[in-house]
Design a protein around this ligand. Structure first.
Ligand code: UD1
Ligand code: UDP
Length: 383
């Protein structure tokens, strides 16, 4: 009998970070064989993650081009994924989240009538333009997928509202919390920490497509103003490799002695430096989920978040994209200890480090390898 085959497809940094713990968990099981197909929608930033988690791809579609358009990226993905599906003939394709890689891999799998399992399913802002195109990508992937691994109860509720049945949805927690077992070190040092010494570290990341141009310029100007006014603070900004972000960051934030613009960090360094941060200002999805574990308040530089759990738990604030609220809230967190303490909790609403195990158990249950439905992840911080 041919073994049950699982094809795991991912292509960007965040997908790789969150699929890595799942790949490791899948490979410890005997019920199936798994294959990794990286699309390389990202290159350098993907390789940093592959190396950090010692992952090796079975297929590499090498699709990234400089300043790729969504259409051209979609076309290359469609063309290059087909032969992989034909060769592997998977019984299940696993995709993650909301990228163009995830959405296109779902469509191609569905053309071959292969079931799709969606990891980090059910996140919604309800606004198709924010984040763009991620809200669209995850909704379309949700329509195609048969199996939905929702990180939280709220994400599952979104899926039920859209008509998914309970036997398709498993509440697992987010696999990013599992990733800390590989990346986080008790003893950690970095030359940057020596430079920063007793200053307050403000970690910054930004890349969202809907903020390119004017909104991003305003955010960066506010951050520069903040650093000019608060002499105890230092910005560390590992800049996304997208030229839309890089050029603007250098123009607005470059040449300041307390603003460090550096290339993207490997996940090991990113997570360990995050532990030392006083505050994170970001438009990232994943960093909103990570920071609560390190007791670091998050200012979310976006108009909307699909991760309201962090805001409700009081560990994140949505500061929009005009820069004003970002400046006010960040300054408050730097100068007022009480405000900072109020944004710290002992629990992470997004996971407990067991998500990959739950997803494996759910797959085993769903495909008849086990009779036991895995228990749901429940967070004490979520309603
Ligand atoms: C993509 C995802 C987004 C995710 C983000 C994580 C889509 C549409 N967007 O956005 O959901 O939040 O990744 O970072 O799927 N580049 C490099 N080297 C790299 C990576 C990127 O040079 O290692 C540059 C290239 O010029 C590339 C550009 O960045 O064309 C944009 O990459 P792309 O994946 O299209 O979009 P992101 O904004 O990174
Ligand atoms: N990250 C990293 N190095 C960096 C910046 C971020 O490893 O220099 C990691 C971070 O820990 C998180 C992920 O990248 O897990 C988030 O990626 P990004 O913000 O690009 O994407 P999003 O989560 O918004 O889709």
């Amino acid at each position: 009998m041919t073994p049950f085959r699982i094809l795991i497809v991912f292509g960007t940094r965040p997908e790789a970070m969150k699929m890595a713990p799942l790949v490791k968990a899948l490979r410890l099981r005997e019920e199936w064989t798994s294959y990794i197909c990286v699309t390389s929608q990202h290159q350098v930033m993907l390789n940093q993650v592959m190396n950090a988690f010692s992952l090796k791809a079975d297929f590499d579609l090498d699709v990234m081009e400089e300043e790729q358009s969504l259409t051209s990226l979609t076309m290359r993905l469609l063309q290059r994924l087909e032969p992989v599906m034909q060769e592997v003939k998977p019984d299940l394709v696993l995709v993650h989240g909301d990228t163009t890689t995830s959405f296109v891999a779902s469509i191609v799998a569905s053309y071959f009538q292969i079931p799709v399992g969606h990891v980090e399913a059910g996140l919604r802002t309800t606004d198709l333009r924010s984040p763009f195109p991620e809200e669209m990508n995850r909704r379309l992937t949700g329509v195609i997928a048969q199996l939905h691994f929702a990180p939280t109860q709220r994400a599952a509720a979104n899926l039920y509202r859209e008509g998914k049945s309970r036997n398709q949805v498993y509440i697992t927690g987010n696999t990013i919390i599992d990733a800390f077992a590989t990346t986080v070190r008790k003893e950690y040092s970095h030359p940057l920490l020596q430079n920063i010494k007793d200053k307050q570290l403000v970690l910054v990341t930004a890349h969202r497509r809907e903020s390119w141009g004017e909104a991003m310029r305003k955010m960066f100007e506010s951050l520069r103003r903040l650093i000019d006014e608060v002499s105890s603070a230092v910005i560390l900004f590992p800049v996304h490799l997208n030229p839309q972000v890089k050029l603007l960051a250098e123009k607005v934030l470059g040449g300041h002695e307390r603003i460090h613009l550096i290339p993207p960090l490997c996940p090991l360094h990113f997570h360990n430096l995050l532990q030392h941060a006083h505050l994170v200002c970001t438009d990232s999805g994943g960093i909103q989920e990570e920071a609560p574990s390190f007791k670091v308040p998050v200012l979310v530089m976006r108009e909307r978040t699909e991760r309201p759990e962090a805001v409700e738990a009081g560990v994140a604030k949505l500061v929009g994209t005009d820069g004003e609220c970002l400046y006010t809230e960040a300054k408050q967190l730097l100068i007022d200890r009480k405000s900072h303490e109020n944004m710290i909790t002992d629990h992470n609403p997004f996971g407990d480090g067991e998500a990959a195990q739950r997803i494996c158990d759910a797959i085993a249950y769903h495909f008849g390898f086990s009779d036991v439905r895995p228990p749901c992840f429940v967070s004490s911080l979520c309603k």
